[in-house]
Design a protein around this ligand. Structure first.
Ligand code: MG
Length: 224
């Protein structure tokens, strides 16, 4: 019986990945590098520094220098900061309300560490999230794809692992949920495929939040 639902944030609750991808492409392009958008999506969840180093290893057969990391990351961050706030992912507000109505526990488990996080969640999804039901960058040392964030979530919620479900849009997030021993659902909200999410460790994957919502109803996890 699933009682507790652990939601990733970027790309799962908020449709922020197209903006990230666009800013990465533009920042890399500014320094003469081509950064395929697919790589942005495959790397989601890594720190900016790790994304840049991974890029140099893959396409230039060497590590990035500290200067390259700093310049590229600062420029990308600057581009992202001036973007408008991303909208909620289609269908997620309806799903969260249904979970709440049926008495399920809802957590957010994110590598993000913005102090205004709860305010933003409250503005978009009133009454769903609470400070004691959040795992953020402040709770974790290692981060996804390590299981640490979801192990922390299990600990905070006090549930048995078989009562919890992870909802993730990114391959590295699916790996993290799977390694924590939780049933992991991949929602492909970007340019990857559901197979990419299954390959990364998701138990099941959908192409939209609406499909996942219908699945929960069909499995009697949620009421009609
Ligand atoms: Mg995500």
């Amino acid at each position: 019986m699933f009682t507790t639902f652990f939601f990733d944030m970027d790309g799962t609750l908020f449709d922020s990945m197209p903006m990230h991808a666009q800013c990465w492409e533009e920042a890399m392009g500014h320094y003469g590098f081509q950064f395929p958008q697919r790589d942005v999506y495959l790397n989601e969840g890594r720190t900016g520094q790790a994304v840049i180093d991974e890029f140099f290893l893959t396409y230039h057969n060497r590590h990035a220098t500290n200067d390259e990391i700093e310049e590229l990351y600062n420029y990308k961050t600057h581009l992202f900061e001036v973007q408008p706030e991303p909208p909620a992912v289609n269908g997620v507000a309806e799903l969260l309300e249904h979970l709440h109505r049926d008495g399920k526990q809802v957590y957010v488990v994110t590598g993000s560490g913005q102090l205004s996080l709860l305010n933003r969640l409250e503005r978009h999804f009133p009454g769903i999230f609470a400070k004691e039901r959040m795992v953020t960058a402040f709770d974790c040392k290692i981060g996804k794809p390590h299981p640490e964030p979801y192990l922390k979530a299990i600990e905070k919620s006090g549930i048995a692992p078989e009562q919890g479900m992870v909802i993730e849009n990114a391959p590295l997030g699916c790996t993290s949920g799977h390694r924590a021993g939780l049933f992991t659902v991949g929602i492909n909200t970007g340019i990857l495929t559901t197979q990419d999410l299954i390959d990364a460790g998701a138990d099941i994957a959908f192409d939209s939040m609406e499909q996942f919502h219908q699945y929960l109803i069909s499995q009697n996890v949620l009421t009609k």
